[in-house]
Design a protein around this ligand. Structure first.
Ligand code: XMP
Length: 536
């Protein structure tokens, strides 16, 4: 039995974060739309209700009947989840005088309440709500307050039902993880046995049962997700897995050959297809980013399908889809956030069924599984890279020469990031370790490369811009390159990375001195939102 916590999603930005925090407690959880509770699943041990963009009074606010769950399973309502339960069970929720937002401190709390075990006096929490609870239902009791929020937390008498108006899942609630642990482990009784090793064992067994002797095709991109999916499948079905790795000509410098080599060393059966000429021909003269994506997507499907058709008797198409991809596509508020992020498609007439062995994992868990499978560290820690590759990092039309210039500049930058080591302590160190970077803590510090410190980095060629420079006695009139590096946990929001000036000075020098065609280097200091990670 795989114990699980169900997180009912009322549409908050931080619902995924709740999921990640629960997984960090080595406990499996599923995020489901607020009205899709799996009533006949015997493995559920507890329920968390997320926050929401709505007020309980909004006509379109999400409402659900909890009577089949209440009293049967422990429930924790967070923010809207807490307000909603207070509202439906007879309490009062009203607009807060001023929006309650930001840091606050629990000036009083029930220290012997199971939810607050291990809490320190004045514990810092993070508030973010426009409504507030002004009266709790009969039979509920207030168990924590801040100086502004009387009902910061409540519990129903003699029942495993709690509500907190703050957000324990966010980093600024300093004992938020402790609170979630109290709920998930002590109250719900999680055995904390969800680990990379248990995932690999269970998934390999499931894949063997599901696939039997069937042949499976998988598209490799060089990225972490598809690579880990391939190695996992290979462990389950060996030679019955055939991988296809298409070079569209827009990969990083030497990436196609080096990654192909890595895959072969891992024992994978890989067909490498160099289709770059076709892509260059079809992209000639195209400047519009969406048009570039469409052409690359279409060509990719064509090339992939031509190879896939040669594989006789294939029954399955495997993909490295991970959990956040699916949660986004299920986003209950109905807003499409990233329509452009799926390159590829199924060759329909082949009637392949879909196999997605990583569909339950967050990115950091995929990396842990990769390590568990013994994959090389450089494949596991590889930054995310867009499907259309350097095509969306060349502003203007794409030529092989421009790709060559950008590959050379990008290569200097990325190699530099890998070689430059920094020492981190405190929260920064914890963030990097939580992302799964294997570094030893000594005297409260870790040493990591700048590459491992950032979420994603790359160079952008501003091919539509030229500027004047001087080299030796010569006037130059060439293109600038913009360097981008961001910190992020999920690519939905990102901040520009504060790279050391000394590092930037060296990279700038190296690029201008060694890459013909570039005479200026800039650093992008925009965060997302309002910018995006990629320039196109
Ligand atoms: P943006 O630019 O939207 O990027 O902030 C967020 C993340 O998605 C990647 N990205 C893409 N990935 N096809 C992909 O497979 C695409 O067309 C695409 N565009 C952006 C980007 O690199 C970042 O990790």
């Amino acid at each position: 039995m795989q114990q699980k916590i169900i997180i009912l999603d009322f549409g908050s930005q931080t619902t995924q974060l709740i999921g990640r925090r629960v997984r960090e407690l080595d406990t499996f959880c599923e995020i489901l739309p607020y009205n899709k509770f799996p009533h006949d699943d015997p493995d559920v041990i507890g329920v968390i209700l997320s926050g929401s963009p709505y007020s309980v009074y909004d006509p379109e606010a999400f409402k659900v009947d909890l009577s089949a769950i209440r009293g049967r399973l422990p429930i924790l309502g967070i923010c809207y989840g807490a307000q909603y339960m207070s509202h439906i069970y007879g309490g009062k929720v009203e607009p807060a005088g001023s929006r309650e937002y930001g840091r606050a401190h629990l000036c009083s709390f029930e220290s012997d309440n199971a939810l607050f075990r291990g809490f320190e006096p004045d514990s810092q929490v993070w508030m973010s709500h426009g409504d507030t609870i002004t009266a709790i239902p009969d039979g509920f009791r207030c168990i924590a307050s801040t100086d502004k929020v009387k009902y910061a937390a409540y519990q129903a008498a003699n029942e495993p039902l709690w509500g907190v108006q703050f957000h324990p899942e966010v980093f600024h609630s300093l004992q938020g993880t402790q609170l979630l642990k109290n709920f998930v482990v002590d109250i719900c009784g999680s055995r904390q046995d969800w680990s990379a090793a248990s995932f690999v064992d269970a998934t390999v067994a499931e894949l063997k049962a599901q696939l039997g002797d069937d042949r499976v095709i998988l598209g490799l991109s060089g990225g972490v997700d598809s690579s880990v999916a391939a190695v996992l499948l290979h462990r389950a079905i060996g030679k019955n897995l055939t991988c296809i790795f298409v070079d569209h000509g827009m990969l990083r410098k030497n990436e196609f050959s080096s990654v192909l080599h890595d895959y072969e060393c891992l024992g994978l059966n890989v067909i490498g297809v160099d289709a770059s000429e076709k892509f260059f021909a079809d992209l000639a003269g195209v400047t519009d980013p969406e048009q570039k994506r469409k052409i690359i997507g279409r060509d990719f499907v064509e090339v992939f399908n031509a190879e896939a058709r040669k594989i006789e008797g294939a029954k399955w198409l495997a993909q490295g889809t991970i959990y956040p991809d699916r949660i986004e596509s299920l986003n209950i508020t109905g807003k499409v956030i990233k329509s452009h992020h799926n390159v590829g498609g199924l060759p329909e007439e082949m009637h392949l069924s879909l196999c997605e062995p990583l569909r339950w994992l967050f990115k950091d868990e995929v990396r842990r599984v990769g390590r568990q499978l013994g994959m090389p560290e450089h494949l596991i820690t590889r930054h995310p890279f867009p499907g259309p590759g350097l095509a969306v990092r060349i502003l203007g039309d794409i030529t092989p020469e421009r790709v060559r210039i950008l590959q050379d500049a990008d290569d200097i930058y990325i190699r530099g990031l890998r070689e430059w080591k920094v020492r981190l302590s405190g929260e920064e160190a914890r963030r990097v370790l939580a992302a799964g970077v294997p570094a030893e803590m000594t005297d409260g510090e870790i040493e990591v490369s700048l590459y491992d410190q950032v979420w994603q980095a790359g160079a952008v060629l501003l091919a539509t811009v030229r500027s004047v420079g001087v080299m030796g006695d010569e006037r130059t009139y060439e293109h600038p390159v913009a360097l981008r590096a961001v910190t992020s946990t999920d690519a939905m929001t990102a901040d520009w990375a504060h790279l050391p000036y000394d590092f930037m000075a060296r990279v700038s020098n190296d690029i201008i001195n060694h890459v013909k065609g570039v005479n200026r280097v800039c650093y992008d200091i925009s965060s997302k939102p309002p910018s995006t990670i990629e320039w196109e």
